[in-house]
Write a protein that binds this ligand. Structure first.
Ligand SMILES: Nc1ncnc2c1ncn2[C@@H]1O[C@H](COP(=O)(O)OP(=O)(O)O)[C@@H](O)[C@H]1O
Ligand SMILES: [Mg+2]
Length: 321
């Protein structure tokens, strides 16, 4: 649905986005995850044809960004980082302006639909200047949706919202996916990316990793199972070590941390073996790593590899002495 090839943006000699190649599938929530300054907003602005790339290309729904922008505008809804709304106009008037701009055929019906869906109907005639941050964000979502776009570009849609409103917006995004829309979600929030996204591209000017949240975890950490027992005995430990598919076992008090290659298949056999030697199992869970850890590792990895060729002086220093 969205394809970019070597998409690059340079501002006054400073690279903001470098060689971004990605393919966003129809119907998925695709996360663009990166710290502040990673190039997320720049990417969205290029896709929305608000700024032109320095090089590379982008297509949305087969339309070429920068050439077929009218068609793209019909297909795409955007929520920018700080949505500009007409402060003195009412919520309804704000939506009506956009609906007309987009050539929506039944403006009244579409505006009512989204004001109700986002629970702004009771405040429809109040000036937006009186709205809370959360209400404004909901109105920005309504505005992005009023022309029923198939694709949504959401730039940090929950930033600055309180936990309750964050949940409302996240649930709403999940619903949009259920309706079959394709969503590009920019976020610096790892938890958000993990909860919502089918796939995540970790961006730090350059793309540094692309995978499902689960696969990103597995790739960096392997998989480990934690079995909590009533008591760990030598006999139990020996039995577990004797299983040929067990890659590693660590004992931590009453817990066994066991590395496995394929826990879905191996857990039942492991449990049977444990029960046979009299182990009383209290819990069995997979060790969870936060995306935060994954993210930091990827960034470190990226910094290590990218600093190698660009620091020849440091590498040569010992031989100079
Ligand atoms: N209009 C601009 N002019 C010059 N530099 C910019 C401009 N917009 C963004 N940048 C720079 O580009 C880089 C990427 O910014 P941005 O895309 O906003 O990142 P993110 O949205 O991931 O926080 C940053 O270093 C930022 O300072
Ligand atoms: Mg940004």
């Amino acid at each position: 649905m969205i394809t970019t090839r070597a998409l690059t943006k340079v501002y006054d000699g400073k690279v903001a986005v470098e060689a971004l190649t990605m393919e966003i599938r129809s119907g998925e929530i695709f996360g663009l995850l990166g710290p502040n300054g990673a190039g997320k907003t720049t990417t969205v602005r290029m896709l929305a044809a608000l700024i032109s790339p320095t090089s590379g290309e982008a297509l949305i729904g087969g339309y070429r960004v920068g050439e077929q922008d009218a068609a793209i505008r019909r297909l795409v809804g955007i929520v920018t980082e700080t949505p500009g709304l007409y402060e003195r106009l009412s919520a309804r008037e704000n939506l009506e302006i956009y609906a007309k701009l987009y050539g929506v055929s039944n403006v009244t019906r579409q505006v009512e639909k989204y004001l109700r869906l986002l629970e702004l109907w009771d405040r429809r005639d109040d000036p937006v200047g009186t709205f809370s941050k959360g209400m404004r964000q909901k109105l920005a979502l309504a505005r992005a949706l009023v022309h029923e776009p198939k694709v949504l570009l959401l730039d940090e849609p929950t930033s600055g919202l309180d936990p309750q409103m964050t949940k409302v917006v996240r649930d709403f995004i999940a619903e949009l996916k259920e309706q079959g829309r394709t969503i590009l979600l920019c976020t610096h929030n790892l938890d958000e990316a993990e909860r919502l996204c089918d796939r995540i591209l970790v961006l730090k000017t350059r793309p540094i990793a692309l995978d499902t949240p689960q696969a990103l975890r597995r790739r960096l950490f392997g998989r480990r199972i934690i079995v909590t027992l009533e008591a760990v005995t030598d006999r139990i430990l020996e039995r577990v070590r004797a299983l040929d598919f067990v890659l590693d076992v660590q004992q931590e008090d009453r817990r066994l941390v066991i590395a496995l290659s394929d826990p879905e298949r191996q857990n039942p056999i492991l449990v049977r073996a444990l029960v046979e030697v009299g182990a009383a199992i209290r819990f069995l869970t997979e060790e969870a790593h936060s995306l935060e850890e994954i993210y930091l590792r990827l960034i470190e990895e990226e910094e290590r590899t990218s600093s190698l060729p660009s620091a020849p002086d440091r590498a040569e220093a010992p031989s100079a002495r």
